[in-house]
Design a protein around this ligand. Structure first.
Ligand code: AGP
Length: 604
């Protein structure tokens, strides 16, 4: 959603803050700002647009000081403008605040504060925070921040500075991520680990409802009653390069090519040669009683859930329902203690998915989280956590997170099947061996990336592209369509092949581009009939096919290696990811930071 940073120590804060914000820009890039405290005065600089605009605005000699906070914004309340940019200050200019999240009762608080004589300059929800702290401030900053926090509903990760307290930054979190980086005679605060990784590998992961008083020499954590909290240091193991581009033009391309390794790493959490099937984070006895599984997620994670439904039902005979989190939480889902709720979230911070988790736990469900971020809010609140080991996914368009989520769901299906006996030992072993081939098969598909670059050039001028598939291929078609639209801005729809004749085929005309995914021999004939339906109406059709499928009805084909149809989604999505990437690059789009989007949607 937004990125926040803080620094306090012996060095000049400005460059350290800007460096930290650069690592967080993927969280939002509508505007940015920093505040530095020196000799009892707050120096604030803010700029609309990309972080580079702020860097350009903070000339040499300006913003000198060794304590500061910074922010990169994804607008939720108030358009991207200087007035709406963070840091926000109180009228006296003695308090500066950066915030990630949404203060849901900001209108009510604004009314209260205006009745007390406070005047507002922005349209944001955040601006209530410095005024509220000002209202409660009586000489002790932590106390004022805690009193203000008690009034705030919604989500926040904040850093607060006060001119009377140049020796400290007060930080707090509720439903938005926040970490404290531990240095030598200096300390850092940030929304996410990559922002501090260049400076330190040792961090505190703040929990909801916790406060940190950060000075150059120590960090003290408290609960809302000011009771001290002891927290063990989390030592970060992934290296800084993992969060950099490694020579690729874009994070997205790097992350597409990281998939063989990401899949290999994630497989370790469930299957290994000669080892019994396990499922990290879950003791079978804890879920042996479940009668139904509910998978809930958003976007790409939801598409992974659709594959998971198909595979888990087929291998375990357990009924599985899949729902979009923002719908699930507002309907009346029939769930109870015999339901296992599986939430899938790359970031582990998606507000709707987190809300679904909390709803399920209130209903007595056990919750299993599949997430890519250690210590994320969803990871901490779930009863069980299976981590996908994809490494940091920086590009807004999710790629390696999707395929590793599939691995997690395959692993869960096999784990359950083995314990429930719905697969024989020999069948389990066969499925396991096929899963262990996936990293190699993925690498093999990626070797043909250049052919997709050539194909992509055919579609640069298209306004509409349709995706078709049946069964698991339909779930893949949905994900392929999302990839295309979110980075190339080309309108795209995905349809179950058999659904076209019930209406959508009216859209097909001469030259319409259709991408058909067909990887299952059992459904091939039906799919070919659907393709013929659009071809006779003038469509151009690209087939994403399993080796050996005839190319007769297609204008172009991309062949995948032979694979168990259950695992075909892991391979079939790769050409669709690459096609979307090359089309977006060909159109000159900002692939890693598409317009209107952010990497982690921590608001409803
Ligand atoms: C995927 O390419 C999108 N960026 C988006 O749909 C994303 O999958 C969705 O917001 C869910 O995010 P999460 O996995 O972090 O919960």
């Amino acid at each position: 959603m937004c990125g926040i940073v803080g620094y306090i120590g012996q060095r000049e804060a400005k460059e350290l803050l800007l460096d930290g914000l650069k690592k967080l820009e993927y969280r939002g890039y509508d505007s940015a700002g920093i505040a530095v405290l020196q000799r009892g005065a707050l120096q604030v600089k803010r700029a609309v647009g990309r972080l580079e605009n702020l860097c350009a605005a903070t000339g040499d000699g300006e913003l000198s000081g060794t304590v500061g906070i910074g922010h990169t914004r994804w607008a939720t309340h108030g358009a991207p403008s200087v007035e709406n940019s963070h840091p926000h200050c109180n009228e006296a200019g003695t308090i500066a605040v950066v915030h990630n999240g949404i203060i849901e009762n900001h209108e009510e608080l604004k009314t209260f504060l205006m009745e007390k004589g406070y005047r507002f300059r922005s349209e944001t929800d955040t601006e209530v925070i410095p005024h509220l702290i000002d209202f409660y401030y009586q000489g002790e900053l932590l106390e004022a921040v805690q009193k203000a926090a008690r009034q705030m509903k919604g989500s926040y990760a904040v850093c607060v500075m006060h001119v009377q307290h140049p020796e400290q930054i007060v930080a707090a979190r509720k439903d938005s991520p926040l970490i404290v980086g531990l240095g030598q005679d200096e300390n850092f605060v940030a929304s996410d680990i990559p922002a501090v990784l260049k400076e330190t590998r040792d961090v505190y992961l703040l929990e909801d409802g916790e406060f940190a008083v950060v000075t150059a020499n120590d960090v003290n954590l408290y609960d809302v009653e000011k009771k001290p909290i002891q927290r063990s240091v989390y030592h970060v193991t992934f290296d800084e390069n993992a969060a950099e581009k490694d020579g690729y033009d874009h994070f997205m391309l790097k992350e597409i090519f990281e998939q063989p390794q990401a899949i290999r790493e994630t497989l370790r959490g469930c299957v290994a040669p000669g080892q019994p099937v396990v499922f990290d984070g879950v003791d079978y006895q804890d879920i042996a009683h479940i009668r139904e599984i509910f998978i809930v997620a958003c976007g790409t994670a939801y598409h992974a859930g659709l594959v998971g439904k198909n595979v888990i039902e087929r291998l375990t005979n357990i009924p599985v329902d899949v729902d979009i989190a923002s719908e699930f939480r507002y309907r009346h889902p029939i769930i109870d203690k015999d339901t296992l709720l599986v939430v899938i979230s790359q970031s582990g911070e998606t507000a709707d998915t987190l809300a679904a988790l909390r709803l399920a736990q209130r209903r007595g469900c056990r919750v299993l989280a599949v997430t890519n971020v250690v210590g994320s809010t969803i990871a901490r609140e779930a009863d069980h956590v299976f981590y996908t080991h994809a490494g940091p996914e920086i590009a807004v368009a999710s790629t390696k997170a999707y395929t590793t989520q599939l691995i997690a769901l395959y692993g869960l299906a096999l784990f359950l099947a083995e314990h429930k006996g719905t697969l024989s030992e020999a069948e389990c072993e066969m499925v396991k061996q096929e899963m262990l081939q996936l990293p190699e098969l993925t690498a093999q598909v990626l070797e043909s990336a250049e052919s997709l670059h050539t194909l992509a050039d055919k579609f640069l001028q298209e306004n509409d592209i349709f995706y078709l598939g049946r069964g698991l291929d339909h779930a893949v078609a949905m994900e392929g369509s999302l990839k295309l639209k979110e980075i190339s801005y080309i309108h795209s729809e995905s349809y179950a092949g058999g659904e076209l004749k019930h209406g959508p085929i009216a859209l097909i005309e001469e030259g319409t581009v259709v991408i058909a995914v067909s990887t299952n021999e059992r459904l091939r004939g039906k799919m070919e009939s659907n393709v013929k339906e659009v071809v006779t109406r003038g469509a151009y059709v690209l087939g994403i096919l399993t080796e050996g499928f005839p190319e007769s009805v297609f204008d172009d084909v991309f062949y995948l290696p032979e694979v168990n149809p259950l695992f075909a989604p892991v391979l079939a999505i790769l050409p669709l990811q690459l096609l979307s990437y090359y089309i977006a690059v060909g159109k000159g789009c900002d692939v890693d930071k598409p317009r209107n989007l952010a990497k982690s949607v921590t608001v409803e």
